[in-house]
Write a protein that binds this ligand. Structure first.
Ligand code: HSE
Length: 306
């Protein structure tokens, strides 16, 4: 195999209470990438469609993660990367992670899988660091492992795969404004009150238990963020209305997707997820901001060859 075409999925990081540790993988939104083995060593980005991103390998997240992989393995060949970008950069659904994880996953496949998924995550984090200014794996892990993931630790990297309840659907609204992850991180407080920490870790534990036991009521109860959302929600127009109307439409919970501006809602069943989509649409139709809405099942597989 000298060439591979892949689907590299979008992801939702944080999942309300799990800032920088929880994430899940989407089914209907993602980039496509073509990776070719070449005789000439090194990494070359040969095509980028969809959005304006750097072609220079060292300045492109897919290039940087691929460089980390070949630096570790020193293969007797090189790779060309074509990126068909469907996920808007800065949208909050793991655009940079899809590129960073996609290139290394595909190269690993072309080389007959010398690395396991945790090792690939490590390489992809180098690309993610270029985009957001710090290494975090809460988008990369679900893109590579699929389903829900929890980043137990970054160093050493330890990723836990969590179960995905069968009937869980996600609705995403993406207001067409850009919030840079670095900006959304800069506004967060460095310290939090003990009472908020207690509430937050009780919610993370409950959410993990709810996923393991298919307990949708507990899941709904646990989807609360008292640490990050109060700050970041101010950057997203109509966040509170979206949340209220989505809950009225039947959503189990609503939160900021990653660092925003996208907002996600989890629902039991596709019908409810579609009702939530309608409710979100109604809220944003009253504004001048353009938006897109997606409904997706949770993607248990992650990356795939297409
Ligand atoms: N956990 C990260 C954040 C995800 O919320 O800043 C965004 O890349």
């Amino acid at each position: 195999m000298n060439q591979i075409k892949i689907f590299s999925p979008a992801t939702v990081a944080n999942v309300s209470c799990g800032f920088d540790v929880l994430g899940f993988c989407l089914d209907t939104i993602g980039d496509e990438m073509v990776i070719k083995k070449t005789l000439k060593k090194g990494i070359k980005i040969t095509k980028i469609e969809g959005y304006n991103l750097p072609f220079k390998t060292e300045e492109n997240v897919a290039g940087v993660s691929a460089l980390a992989l070949i630096e570790a393995l020193k293969p007797d060949c090189g790779f060309e990367i074509e990126i068909y970008k469907k996920i808007k950069p800065g949208s909050g659904v793991g655009s940079s992670s899809a590129s960073a994880a996609g290139s290394v996953w595909a190269i690993n496949e072309l080389l007959n899988k010398p690395f396991n998924t945790t090792e690939i995550t490590n390489f992809a984090m180098k690309g993610e660091a270029l985009a957001s200014g710090c290494e975090h794996a809460d988008n990369i892990a679900p893109a590579l492992f699929g389903g829900f993931t929890l980043v137990k630790s970054i160093s050493p990297l330890n990723i836990l795969q969590l179960p995905t309840p069968e009937d869980l659907y996600v609705t995403i609204i993406h207001p067409q404004i850009e919030i840079k992850t670095s900006q959304a991180r800069a506004i967060l407080p460095k310290e939090i009150p003990l009472q908020n920490a207690i509430t937050q870790w009780a919610n993370v534990g409950s959410l993990v238990h709810a996923l393991h036991t298919n307990n949708y009521n507990l899941l709904s109860d646990a989807l609360q963020d008292v640490v990050v959302e109060p700050y970041r929600s101010q950057l997203i127009p109509n966040f509170n209305s979206i949340k209220t109307q989505s809950i009225i439409a039947g959503a189990l919970g609503v939160g900021i997707s990653g660092s925003g501006p996208s907002i996600f809602a989890l629902s039991k069943g596709e019908e409810t997820a579609n009702k939530v989509a309608k409710a979100m649409k109604k809220v944003y139709s009253n504004t001048t901001i353009n938006f897109e809405i997606y409904v997706s099942k949770i993607n248990k597989q992650g990356m795939k060859i297409i």
